[in-house]
Design a protein around this ligand. Structure first.
Ligand SMILES: [Zn+2]
Length: 481
């Protein structure tokens, strides 16, 4: 395990001479700028800063310094099965996790997934993750989830959920209340939300769970606007019962009517867009092109590493692509041409940082300014031909950079990655844990079910009849005609 003595606790750190993206609400770029960190905060931002004696220096020249990225919706426990569902649809995901095999996960399996996901996040410059933890069948699973999150030097929000029980049941359990009082103790690195879905039953059976959330002061995060699962009915029920609040996070919101978007906008909530997920799982079209018109705040998320990577560079890139693609498509349907893109690179960088901070109610994150929390990322890779020229830094982050370019990461003022190496993280132990979980699940399921789960049937494709006949214009036969 890597331990770097130059970054011992309490020693100030300065990132020297980088291109700083402060994410201040404009498209500001600060060139040749230093960022000084003392304790857990940003102490100063500016050129040629005077720093306290003994400050550790990091050369940020040629690189981009940005706030740590924030993922507002990731099922971290599922990272234990990274990539297993690459060819799934949402239906296959529901059958596998909700109905058939999700119940197999033991507390140690949730621990394994969460540990690997948390390490993956800081490695990729994602300094805060909302762990949408809906595999908490028992409180022992929840303790394991939190143990794992607290074993990795990242910032997390535990969004407590349990897909095996209705939310009104698990939120009413005394052991759940006991867990909250034992484990949610105001640690700045561990926030808390409740995670459950509203299925649209007119009797609104989720109401008691919302009441528990209100009583605990915990925001609710909910998969809303998921084709075939949650719809406008869920939004309407939440609205009519007064449970739509500014801290509510609506995940996907991909198949909702304008009326639901109006309700979300009017009550101040935000939408967590998981573009890669929406594009291949089938919740609906990634909604940024629509919600931009409603002024609804957006954050980005990766959903689950059972399909996709936990990498917000991918989220920014695919979100720009999906939004612009839809804008062109809508215009073409009307015979028009889009001459100016509506969504800009700086906007998706803001969604990946400050947008996430806003969604989780943390105005001290997602921005680089004096007094804010020191969750920072340095993107710099001198060995990469993609690192220069650095002309449009927001565009560089959104379309050119990738996780391998994450040079240095700080969380709460602590250096957790430096010179492309994780600091204070035991990756080998995480690997052993995940291998045990994979072996266990595979043997419990049996080889046939394991293989079938990973390789769903491919629907029959018919090659269309073609009215044209192939003609080779270069052949003699053609010339003789
Ligand atoms: Zn999800």
């Amino acid at each position: 395990m890597s331990e770097r003595t130059e970054f011992e606790a309490g020693r100030p750190v300065v990132l020297r001479g980088g291109t700083v993206l402060p994410i201040d609400g404009g498209r500001t770029v600060l060139e040749h700028t230093d960022v000084l960190v003392t304790g857990d905060r940003i102490a100063a931002v500016g050129p040629g800063l005077e720093v306290p004696e003994g400050t550790a220096e990091i050369d940020a020249s040629g690189g981009i310094v940005m706030p740590g990225m924030i993922d507002t919706h990731r099922h971290m426990w599922q990272t234990a099965l990274r990539g297993y569902g690459a060819d799934w649809t949402l239906t296959q995901y529901f059958v596998w996790f909700y109905l058939e095999h999700g119940k197999l996960f033991r507390p140690e399996d949730v621990h394994a997934g969460n540990t690997l996901a948390a390490i993956e996040a800081v490695d990729a410059g994602v300094t805060t993750v909302v762990d949408w933890s809906h595999g908490l069948r028992t409180v022992d699973h929840a303790d394991a989830a939190v143990d794992a999150l607290q074993s990795v030097p990242g910032r997390h929000v535990l969004a407590y959920g349990n897909i095996q029980q209705p939310p009104a049941e698990w939120t009413a359990a005394p052991e759940f209340r006991d867990f909250v009082s034992r484990r949610i103790t105001g640690d700045d690195l561990l926030g808390f939300q409740l995670a459950f879905d509203v299925l649209g039953d007119p009797a609104f059976p989720e109401k008691p769970a919302f009441e528990v959330a209100r009583e605990l002061g915990a925001p609710v995060t909910t998969h809303a606007g998921v084709w075939g699962a949650t719809s406008d009915d869920g939004i309407r029920l939440m609205y009519e019962h007064g449970f739509m609040t500014p801290e509510t996070i609506y995940v996907h919101a991909a198949s909702l009517s304008a009326d639901s978007y109006h309700r979300i906008a009017a009550t101040g909530g935000s939408i967590s867009v998981s573009t890669e997920s929406e594009q291949s799982a089938g919740q609906g079209y990634p909604p940024t092109w629509a919600v931009r018109a409603h002024g609804i705040p957006v954050s980005l998320s990766m959903d689950t590493s059972v399909w996709w990577s936990g990498d917000l560079f991918s989220a920014m890139r695919t979100t720009l692509g999906a939004d612009r693609s839809r804008e062109h498509l809508e215009a073409h349907a009307k015979g028009d041409t889009v001459t100016h893109c509506g969504l800009r690179a700086d906007q998706v960088v803001e969604w990946a940082t400050r947008g996430g901070a806003r969604a989780i109610g943390r105005d001290d994150l997602g921005v680089i300014a004096e007094g804010k929390k020191a969750d920072l990322v340095l993107i710099k890779n001198d060995r990469s031909p993609v690192s220069f020229p650095l002309l449009h830094p927001y565009g560089h982050v959104a379309f050119q950079a990738q996780r391998g370019d994450v040079h240095t990461v700080l969380v709460n003022g602590r250096v957790v990655k430096h010179e492309h190496e994780l600091v204070g993280v035991d990756l080998a132990a995480a690997r052993r844990q995940v291998e045990r979980t994979v072996d266990y699940l595979r043997s419990e399921m049996g080889e046939e079910a394991w293989q079938q789960g990973m390789n769903p049937d491919i629907p029959a494709t018919k090659i269309l009849d073609n009215p044209y006949t192939y003609t080779d214009y270069r052949s003699d036969a053609t010339h003789r005609l």
